[in-house]
Design a protein around this ligand. Structure first.
Ligand code: AVI
Length: 330
């Protein structure tokens, strides 16, 4: 490799990020079947579309979990406070922290001894939370951590040895196939000590029509959310996807609980990535975009038990469409 290039890449993290994105896109589009990683949905446009989606009438998970946090704040907080010893409240993928704000407010009122450590891969999110939360929640001790979840969990452990309570909300766990979700929980457990806790939000199996509608909203926001990843590839990787030649196709399998989104090529076509790699699509060929796994209550318990946790609490919305489960590290 050209030594100047290697030097530049090593010193410019944004370059390294672009390289990772490029490698993942090429690997995915050269695989059979073709796939893209849904973690790349969330650029600035994707964040905006996801916000819109959360306000759409069909997308129920956010409303359900908000209801849980608004209506069961005291019970959840009391379970997390446990014996009252000081703790670090760590949130993986904090976003705008709307749901956790209910909890934070209550914990402050209760004079619980805790520090809030939101972790997010978005620098903007962390800067925003560090700036706004101490204003909206006077007295809050906050240390935002920008980076990958497990790197930042290691960092959190190096900052303080207090008891850890980890929040992983929004059914983000469902954006992994079940085997990866189990691996994720095992890894999470490795970063914790006995007695530490996790509060995990999971979307539950329900009427298949309700699930499918949430990923096929009438306004077409989910469609734009998926197509935005092709547009992001065009923007950031100098590519030429014609998004009008792809259709959004969501599916839900009530047997497995897997809700999957695909983009289907409506014609035979070729796309050039970064001016050098040509990807050929046949008419009706698909790109697998995302899984949003739905769970049973029993499955949620089973995942906890199989990964070194003991399930100790369950909180539901009134429709029982969503669960926030409390697990204690065994
Ligand atoms: C972030 N995640 C839990 C959302 C979900 O429901 O899987 C992302 C999403 N994809 C389409 N709509 C919402």
């Amino acid at each position: 490799m050209d030594s100047t290039l290697a030097h530049t890449e090593l010193n410019d993290p944004s370059k390294t990020k672009t390289n990772l994105f490029y490698n993942d896109v090429i690997t995915g589009l050269k695989s059979t079947p073709k796939r893209l990683n849904s973690k790349y949905f969330y650029d600035a446009n994707g964040d905006k579309l996801f916000q819109e989606l959360m306000n759409s009438p069909e997308y129920y998970p956010t409303d359900c979990e908000l209801e849980i946090f608004a209506e069961k704040t005291a019970e959840i907080a009391d379970a997390l406070i446990a014996d009252g010893d000081a703790f670090d409240l760590i949130e993986l993928g904090a976003g705008d922290a709307t749901k956790s704000t209910y909890l934070l407010k209550y914990l402050l009122e209760k004079k619980a001894d805790f520090t809030y450590l939101p972790i997010d891969i978005s620098e903007n999110v962390i800067a925003y939370l560090n700036m706004t939360l101490p204003v909206t929640l006077p007295g809050l001790q906050i240390t935002g951590l920008n980076g990958e979840y497990f790197h930042m969990l290691t960092k959190a452990a190096s900052i303080s040895s207090r008891r850890k309570v980890v929040l992983f909300l929004g059914s983000n766990i469902g954006n992994m196939p079940i085997s990866d979700a189990i691996e994720f929980c095992r890894e999470l457990r490795k970063h914790l000590s006995p007695g530490d806790m996790a509060l995990i939000g999971m979307d539950l199996k329900k009427d298949p029509k309700v699930v499918l509608a949430a990923y096929n909203d009438k306004e077409g926001i989910t469609k734009r959310f998926n197509l935005n990843l092709l547009e992001r590839i065009n923007r950031e990787l100098n590519s030429n996807f014609d998004v009008s030649k792809f259709e959004h196709y969501p599916t839900y399998d009530p047997e497995t609980g897997a809700c999957k989104s695909y983009l289907i090529s409506t014609v035979d076509q070729q796309v050039t990535i970064n001016d050098k790699e040509t990807i050929t699509f046949l008419k009706d060929e698909y790109i697998y975009m995302e899984i949003s796994q739905k769970f049973t209550i029993m499955q949620a318990d089973q995942i906890a038990i199989n990964t070194g946790f003991v399930p100790v609490g369950q909180f539901f919305d009134t429709k029982k469409w969503f669960i926030d489960a409390i697990w204690v590290a065994a």
